[in-house]
Design a protein around this ligand. Structure first.
Ligand code: HEC
Length: 147
């Protein structure tokens, strides 16, 4: 009984102390509606359900999103995801960066790294179906300028 209490006590203590370990998400960049990516309706629907949590200003934070240690993973995904690609400010990017993004999308679809697997564990509806993969792929591919 005493051991059990010790375990419970240490676990609670650790979780409490962990709350001081937080990764700060930088403030979302300023954006107007005109800065947001424009794409066909079916592409927008895919981006919004499968990518926007980490790649836009419109993050839907899960209930555990601010509780450490989960928040460490959640916050770093949002911070790094937005830094690489933020669909809310897409039209502020120059053509070179946009090209890099279209190529990156084709690439990540091929190697199936997006959305990240740990995110899919908790967001089943974000998993891309074969059909969605094709829609997203064909859209990004059509915008790549070969030179
Ligand atoms: C759970 C958060 C999350 C979701 C959801 C997510 N991404 Fe990402 N994405 C990231 C992070 C973080 C990075 C930064 C690079 C890294 O850590 O791999 C990234 C990087 C990328 C890159 C850059 C290539 C690379 O591997 O470095 C592309 C392209 C990309 N994401 C596309 C997408 C697309 C398209 C979707 C939706 C189908 C999506 N992402 C959904 C977090 C996410």
């Amino acid at each position: 009984m005493k051991t059990l209490l010790h375990i419970v006590g240490w676990t609670l203590g650790t979780v409490l102390v962990l709350q001081f370990v937080q990764i700060k998400i930088p403030p979302a960049p300023k954006a107007t509606k005109a800065d947001e990516i424009k794409a066909p309706k079916e592409v927008m629907a895919i981006l919004k359900t499968s990518c926007y949590d980490c790649h836009s200003n419109e993050t839907k934070m899960p209930w555990y999103g601010n509780i450490s240690p989960m928040s460490i993973a959640v916050h770093s995904n949002i911070k790094n995801g937005r830094a690489w690609l933020n669909f809310s400010i897409f039209n502020k990017y120059d053509e070179k960066k946009k090209q890099k993004i279209y190529e990156g999308i084709v690439q990540t679809l091929k190697i199936k790294t997006m959305p990240p697997p740990e995110y899919l564990l908790f967001h089943k509806n974000a998993r891309l179906t074969k059909e969605q993969e094709k829609i997203l792929h064909d859209w990004a591919q059509s915008l790549i300028k070969e030179d």
